[in-house]
Design a protein around this ligand. Structure first.
Ligand code: HEC
Length: 390
């Protein structure tokens, strides 16, 4: 925070061209209608919304994929459990009660369907099964060919995941030697377990989580925008408004002593600092101009004095000349008088001139010019003030 004050010679405001108002304050304020703050806020809001939308969409699909993978594993576990239960019945010879097994499995949450598909190999050895155990669609038939499929389908009740997992005969499929009872080559598909799993509850949870996340982001957005507004007002709008107000004051009051407090080292602080420096320079320039004007007026008054003195000298010289002229006129009169009284001596120039020379020293020094002038005075011609110099 600095507040340097610079004083400079008082300037006559009425005569100062800088005080001339070229623009009224209302005009300059009316010029500023948009604000930087609102522009930055609009940009930030747009950016935030774009990022939020992208992040929400990504989060939604990521959650969905994760849920599907998780549910897929879970359904695989259910299928294995179902088969383990069935295998236990085979081993204990209690296959007659196998209809209870799917009912138990279906009691697990979200399990819509649980059934076993019997392969031709088992049918060939143990005879056909009831209709539920026969292959019903392509998924079943693919599974009996050894292909495990997990398919998600849309139903009016929501999405559902169907997994059909084949079980092959081997020496230790799920820890049991199948060939002990089933007389088939190793790797033969003996059957498959089909489980349908309801994804609707998971989807609802994903959607709710998305909505909650959206709500949290929305609240954060409004808080963030409020904070941004406050921050921008504090760090951008207020300093710029202070700068503008001070510049307007300088313009209105023509006061070059006004300075802005410089706070921090950001761009606005730099602008304020530059403004202060500029004002100091202006004050310096005005001070120099004032000094130069003062010097000029001194020189002018000196010039006037010298001119006056010169005029006085000229006047004095004129007076002297007039006196000389008067003296010479008087002298000329005397000479004529003498000449008139002594007519004989009038023709002899040199002696009389010698006499005149003896009487007047000035006449000896500049005889002709002065005498010429004297004669013109005698003839009644109007004498010019400066004619003594011509
Ligand atoms: C102890 C003898 C025994 C062993 C070991 C055995 N099974 Fe079976 N399995 C049977 C009998 C018996 C049936 C059929 C009974 C019926 O149709 O009434 C059967 C039926 C099946 C079925 C059809 C079930 C249905 O409900 O249609 C499949 C599939 C099957 N076995 C797979 C296997 C596999 C895979 C293994 C090896 C992990 C295996 N079994 C091991 C005795 C056995």
């Amino acid at each position: 925070m600095q507040r340097a004050q610079v004083s400079f010679p008082a300037v006559d405001k009425a005569a100062n061209p800088y005080t001339k108002k070229t623009e009224t304050p209302s005009k300059s304020i009316a010029f500023c209608t948009g604000t930087i703050t609102s522009r930055i806020l609009a940009f930030a809001a747009g950016l935030f919304l774009v990022i939020l939308t992208a992040s929400q969409i990504h989060a939604h699909f990521a959650q969905k994929n994760l849920a599907e993978e998780f549910v897929g594993n879970q359904v695989g576990g259910v299928a294995d459990t179902y088969f383990d239960g069935l295998n236990k019945l085979m081993l204990t010879g209690a296959m007659a009660t196998r209809d209870e097994l799917p009912l138990q499995i279906k009691q697990q949450p979200n399990v819509l369907e649980a059934r076993v598909i019997r392969s031709d190999a088992v049918i060939g050895q143990y005879g056909p099964a009831d209709a539920r155990e026969m292959a019903a669609d392509d998924l079943d038939r693919d599974a009996l060919k050894g292909k495990e499929t997990a398919r998600i389908e849309e139903t009016p009740q929501g999405r559902r995941l169907t997994l059909v997992r084949p079980f092959r005969a081997s020496e230790k499929t799920r820890g049991v030697d199948c060939m002990g009872c089933h007389s088939v080559p190793t790797g033969t598909v003996l059957g498959a377990v089909r489980i349908s799993y309801d994804l609707a509850p998971v989807d609802v949870r994903i959607r709710n989580a998305g909505l909650i996340s959206l709500g949290i982001h929305g609240v954060l957005f409004f808080f963030g925008m409020a904070l941004l507004i406050l921050a921008l007002r504090r760090t951008v709008a207020a300093p710029i408004n202070r700068l503008t107000a001070l510049m307007t004051r300088v313009e209105q009051e023509s006061d070059l002593n006004l300075r802005i407090p410089v706070d921090g080292r950001d761009e606005i602080a730099c602008a304020a600092h530059a403004f202060n420096t500029m004002m100091e320079r202006f004050a310096d320039i005005i001070r120099q101009v004032g000094g130069a004007t003062h010097h000029l007026s001194q020189v002018a008054s000196h010039l006037v004095m010298v001119t006056t003195r010169t005029q006085a000298g000229v006047d004095k010289q004129l007076v002297d000349t007039e006196q000389l002229v008067a003296t010479l006129t008087q002298l000329a009169g005397s000479v004529q008088e003498v000449a008139h009284n002594n007519p004989g001596s009038g023709r002899r120039g040199p002696p009389s001139r010698q006499r005149c020379e003896g009487r007047d020293e000035n006449l000896h020094l500049r005889p002709r010019r002065h005498l010429r002038h004297v004669r013109s005075t005698e003839t009644g011609g109007k004498r010019h003030p400066a004619s003594g110099y011509r």
